[in-house]
Design a protein around this ligand. Sequence first.
Ligand SMILES: [Zn+2]
Length: 821
Amino acid sequence: MFRVIRVACFLVLCACLAGGPAVGTPAAADSAHALYDALNALHVDSRVVYTVRDLDLRRDAIHLTFTQGQLAFFEPFQGKITGAVFSGRGHILMIPRDPTEKASVARFLGAPILDQTFTMIYMRFDDDSAAVLQSRIKEADFPSGPDPSIAEEWDAAVAALNPGHSLRLLSDLLADREIPYFYAGILSETSGPFDALVDDRLEEQVLVGQPKTVNDQPIYDVWASFRRANDANVSAPFIAEGYAIDTTISPELNTAGNATITLRATRGGERAIPLALSGDLRVGSVTDIAGQPLEFFQGEPAAHHEISEQGDQSLTVIMSRPPQAGEKFQLHLTYKGSVIRDAGNGVYYAGEHASWYPRVGGTDSFASFDLKFRWPRKLVLVATGRKLDESEDGEWREASWKSEKPIFAAGFNLGDYRTVSIESAGIKVDLFASPQLELAVQQHTGRHVITTPFPSTDLQGNVKPVFVGSATETDPAPNPAAILHRLGDEIAQAAQYFSRFGGPFPYERLQVSQVPGTTGQGWPGLLYLPEFSFLSSETQRRLGLNTARQEQFAEIVPYHELAHQWWGNQVAWHSYRDQWISEGISNYIALLFADTRRDSNHALKTWLGHYRDTLVSKIPGKPDAVEDSVDSIGPLALGYRLHSSLDPAGYGQIVYPKGTWVFHMLRMMLRDPQAKDPDERFVRMLRSLIDSHRGGVLITDDLELAVRKVMLPSMDLEGGHSMAWFFDQWVRGTGIPHYHVEFNVQRSGEQFVVKGVLHQEGVPSEFLARVPIYAAAAGGKTIPLGHVTTSGNQTSFRFVTSVDPKRLLIDPELTLLCTAN
Ligand SMILES: [Zn+2]
């Protein structure tokens, strides 16, 4: 599957870093590290242990009852209590407020609410939890006394769990004011250990979930995540305005980097700056603009829900004083390590696309980038931005790039590339391809070394064999330059076609580089395309790709990634709930482009059918007894949360197929076949979205509003000039309707009266759809009769037509995501 990874959008998931945490400056008694160590070392205060009954604690939607047992607080830290433990019998109740979250909880737990008993609970907080508990304990006059056994029971667990919360508590300790935090680690009798969180620093403050492992890979299952009732709406404390990044790549492909980040404090009073950096890069120093060393924390254990999927990328820098709101300042960081992977045969790639430089976490802002690289002379390096200069220095090459306009993220790629530059359709395209396929593909083909575009030299300049086939092979010699020219030309044509939906191609030139594997990415002005996309269809076939996979690599991937130049790079997405917009529209317009190149309607219809079949099929790899369809994995609005221990492949199985269908249905509903340009409304809607959000982010509500502005009366299925029905059903909900008809025909003069009932199944009875019905007459003629707007499980209809219908067909033109017989 192809995808764009945006680490900043991923809240959740997994593994702790190997090796110990890095330490900034030595810990002075009042340093952040000293505070951090003291928070880690906190114990349960066993001198006062309460025996409690029916003690309640409500934290927004989370309702805890300590039914009967022992409760003890942590020893105070700087006069404040930051934790408590409980052993005994307790109960948690959590009712999500919206239907999407209820459905998510039901999928993990079998019921739409979290309602479980527990035996142990570990709590950390800096909200008013301690005060609330203490006042209720006092009111009820629960007995208390020393009990060393509770310390014995809890000491090891507390020591292991504390570090996951110390950085979060430290951020508040160092700030002018606290942003309330409450965490409960709960040991449930039915579900095992899980987390319940109310953290006002998160956009969705309430979260319940559980760390899991699938095939030795950690996955964090988010059961529910939503905003608290009194939404505090705390913005990210810092925004990056500019990055200057200087990177040296050694012949062994190790990297050493220097980054200067210009930041702005959005609200004053915060000292801890959250950043993200690949765990494969170790920070050496962090200084402020005056050269004063700053404390930092890298790779410290974090709470499960905070650790990114690609390993621990957390990096926190502590300012020596809190900046004021609006204040601009700079950080300077040095780091080194290894983020470049060698795929074999002279194919290299930056394995940590999104985190090869320290990024400011928790924001979705655009920034300017000045990039400078120094790398071995034999290799070619491509990077985002306009190249300012390039020079050779002995065995080294140096060049710098500057972003043409603020961009969301910067990337680079390098390899033993050959280059072709073309200009077509008014767009300059540079293509960078390696002479040989990566080792994995080569092994896949047995003993063959298949060449892609050019004969190869290794890093020392020796010519390597370009094609090794068995004596019986009679493959035509590839004509690499021709393949690259054709690909570049097609990409330029596509860029011109896409400008219809999103305005002119946004950058001076487009660079297209090859990466190993089967996934592509679209960075501002820089595409990473999988090598399969660089191969002729003949070579693809010989590599064992079936027709669908050939079409995917040839017809979709390059253009999908190109479409991200607009959808993803000109306008980014706000949160994981909105990422489907970029993927869906990019995939959809890639298919529209494919249909302009060969038989019109071929690629789109083929892929819509394929996607529909995927969505209604049984989830692969599930026991036979499980009848769930792929669509039931979850709605588009869950984004990366579709990737869970229940369905590790769920993200790709939903977001591309269903996202494509959602945009197709919108286009079909907005279409006016009589107009000079039948797609005028659809195009106008997309253009207005880009124009009003350029250099910013989209949320799903923005799309809903844009559709509402151009909607036709026929789309107003629930009245009130609203598209909520559509987005509730197709984006925030699951379910694909199945239709069948019963009908009879009566002759009336020259006309035929068709009366019948449309049955709708597989979705709730309130599911709304406008279903096109066609008549199949004798002689194979197909005539549209009209639409039936569903109302419940059965909707009766009546049409009058001039042909005698032998059969009725439901949506033969594929305008609605449904099945029928
Ligand atoms: Zn994509």
